[in-house]
Each structure stands twice: as C-alpha cells, then as structure tokens.
Design a protein around this ligand. Structure first.
Ligand SMILES: Cc1ncc(COP(=O)(O)O)c(C=O)c1O
Length: 391
C-alpha cells in the first residue's frame, strides 16, 4: 500500500500480470499472438507523417504551442463535425485540443468534479472512466451494462430514487470498450433528455467514432438537438487515423465544460508539440478515405476471429463496432475467473487476451480480444486454441 494518498486508491494494474507473462515467453523465443492491448498496429497515413517532418524542420514550431490547440486545428475539427454529423460548433468556445482522449477525460473530471460528486458510468469500462473519478475524489457509481437498454433503465431507476444524491455527470462511451455495446441516435436522445431533466452533465467518450461495422455509423451525442447545453464529446485521432502514439484528441460541445478544461490545462501543459498539431490538420482534412480503410481492416480481422472461435467451439457474438471482441468465458472455465483463464490461454496456446476483471468488477466472466493481429496470425491463434478448447 502506498504512503501517498491518491496512489493508495489505485489498485494494481491487472493487465501487468499478463504483460509480464508475455514478455517472459517472448524472451524465451516463443511466438505469442497478442490480442491484449487496444494499441493499433497499422501505420499512420504517410501524408500525415510527411507533414510532421516538414513542420518539425521549421524552427517557428519548436516553441511552446497553445494549451487549447492552434486555431486551424480546432477549425478543422469543427468542419469535420459539420461534414460527418451536421453539427455546428464554435471553434473558439466549443472545441479544445487535448493530449489524447485520456488526457481529456482525466483533466475534465479533475476540472468539474468536487469531492463526493457522483459520476455514473457503465461497468465494465475503460479504466480511466472509473479511476479518473476516484482521482478527482468523486464517487464512481457503476451501473451494469449487459446491453444499452438495461443501462438506461438503471440510470432512470437511479434518478427516481428519492433519497439519492443526483449524479453530477454521466460518463458514457459508444461504441463501448470493452463490451462493444453500440447505440443509435434515439438512445442518445433519451440519455440527453434524462440528464437535462435531472440536471446532470454528460461526457461522451467517442474514441471509436469511426469504427462501426457492416454499414453501422456510430452517432455523435452532439447530433441530439440541445445536447450542447449539457454535453461534451471526446474525439480521438488514435484509432481513426492510427495515431495512438501522437497523443491528439479533442473535447467538443458544452462551452462551460470546455472553459473549465481549458483553465485546468492552462496550468498543466503547453499543448501538443506544434508540428503534431499541424500534421493533425492534414489527418482531419485529407484522410477520410484512410479511416474507412482502417475500419475495413478491423472488420476483416473481426470476421476471421469470430468465425474461427465459433468453429473451434467457443461461442461468441459479432460486434457491431469498436476494435474488440468481448468473449464470455466458456462455461467449464468460468469458475477460475478471467485472470486465471487469460493466464491459461497464454500458457496452453500462446495467446494473449485482456482479462475482463481489469475493466472493473462487472467485467469478470469475460476476456477481451483486440483486433491488432492480422488474419494470418489470428488463424494461427485459433489453431492453437482449438485443441485446448476441445480437450
Ligand atoms: C474508450 C476509450 N477512450 C479513450 C481511449 C484512449 O484514447 P487516446 O489514445 O486518445 O488517449 C481508449 C483507448 O483504448 C479507449 O478505449
């Protein structure tokens, strides 16, 4: 247990156990097929890299940049929202550049949450959704999400409990990591209606905005009329443009929340390195086709993995969005729990997955596969899993 107050509230990182096992096996020369982390393996489109190199050569770009992002980049993001969602945003007051979505979520929570404020989010979830709240000394109120309708009902029930303190913030993310739950615009309308009625803000983490499969287009919460009065959306370049290492994201929508975030960030950072911001303008302006290619690559991998696991005797359902498969642990292995099961997959089949428990208490009973291995290696993993599953 750490002597430091905030650190003591953070549990050990469950994924580290699997990462260490993987590193050990690889050091022994073993070929581990790694579906663990949602870390895109594809390269950033070359015109973005070329722009970075060009901008990096200009010494004007070596100085401190702007914490809330250079105006051209904010304008380009706003144009993309108009093009893709027919949403109007003011680049001055309703858009801020962040150091990825993670920075946006953590610092926004830090900016808007007071000790004891309730933040409701589905669980399991991307860890910062829970621990960002805990680090900001809020109260993380988790609702189960076997499906979107159950989550919505849980939220409504929570609001209807007379004695309960009302949630300050609803923190959601669709397509959802790790459960892959996807929603439609009527769902977004309903959640905005509920939050408006009860005086909550909404933060929508839209990290998988461009990863909808089979013609499904994930809706932006800002498409809901009036959403801007209470909601912000967080967009990221990490998955849409294979730019995870570049650390570029946005927070868009409600001007009060954006202002609060800009105040906090002005104390904490000087913005992303300016050549990265300049190259990001090219991504948003000229790489729409690339996002489609990236999505199609994930869709093909999804199909190989889902078909293969089903054929090998592990029944899984096909996700409509995100870059993950959320697989229920086969019944006979379920009692051992997701961490032990993930360790077993590594030992017996040299396959790395993320144990569901790492995504919060309600993640137990599942493991998550990321689509970061190509079809050939995915088939190799399935061949290795088959005898183990059928033994
Ligand atoms: C739901 C969710 N939000 C945010 C992120 C992180 O995005 P970024 O790289 O922009 O910080 C991830 C990454 O896996 C994620 O799954």
């Amino acid at each position: 247990m750490s002597e430091f107050y905030r650190i003591a509230k953070l549990p050990p990182y469950v994924f580290a156990v699997i990462n260490e096992m993987k590193a050990k096996l690889r050091a022994q020369g073993q070929d581990v097929v790694d579906f663990g982390m949602g870390n895109p393996d594809g390269e950033t489109p070359s015109i973005i890299v070329d722009k970075l190199v060009e901008a990096a050569r200009n010494s004007k770009n070596h100085r401190y940049s702007m914490s809330r992002g250079i105006p051209h980049l904010r304008q380009e993001m706003v144009k993309r929202y108009k093009r893709n969602y027919d949403v109007d945003l003011d680049p001055e007051k309703e858009a801020i550049v962040t150091i990825g979505a993670k920075d946006a979520i953590a610092h926004l929570l830090f900016a808007i949450i007071a000790p004891g404020d309730i933040v409701v989010s589905p669980n399991p979830a991307y860890p910062i959704h829970q621990y960002g709240v805990i680090m900001a000394e809020g109260e993380a109120h988790m609702l189960p999400m076997p499906d979107a309708a159950t989550f919505l009902q849980g939220l409504e029930d929570l609001y209807n409990k007379p004695a309960e303190k009302k949630p300050k913030v609803i923190l959601i993310s669709f397509p959802h990591n790790p459960t892959t739950t996807c929603v439609d615009l009527p769902f977004m309308k309903e959640i905005v209606r509920l939050a408006q009625l009860h005086g909550s803000y909404i933060v929508h983490d839209f990290a998988y905005a461009d990863l909808g499969f089979d013609g499904y287009k994930p809706p932006s919460i800002l498409q809901v009329p009036g959403a801007k009065d209470i909601a912000v959306e967080i967009f990221s370049l990490s998955k849409s443009y294979n730019m995870a290492g570049w650390r570029v994201g946005f927070c868009l929508g409600n001007p009060k929340m954006i202002y609060a975030l800009s105040r906090i960030k002005s104390y904490l950072d000087y913005g992303t390195f300016q050549p990265i911001q300049i190259a990001s303008i090219i991504a948003l302006r000229e790489c729409e086709e690339e996002t489609i290619k990236i999505r199609d690559i994930y869709q093909e991998r999804r199909d190989v993995l889902v078909e293969g696991l089903n054929a090998a005797g592990w029944p899984v359902t096909t996700p409509q969005g995100s870059m993950f498969l959320w697989a229920k642990i086969p019944d006979r292995f379920a009692p051992m729990g997701s961490l032990e099961f993930a360790k077993l997959l590594m030992e017996k089949a040299l396959v790395a997955v993320s144990p569901g428990i790492g995504f919060g208490p309600m993640g137990e009973g599942h493991v998550r596969f990321s689509f970061i291995e190509n079809p050939h290696r995915t088939r190799q993993a399935i061949r290795a899993l088959k005898p183990f599953l059928q033994a």
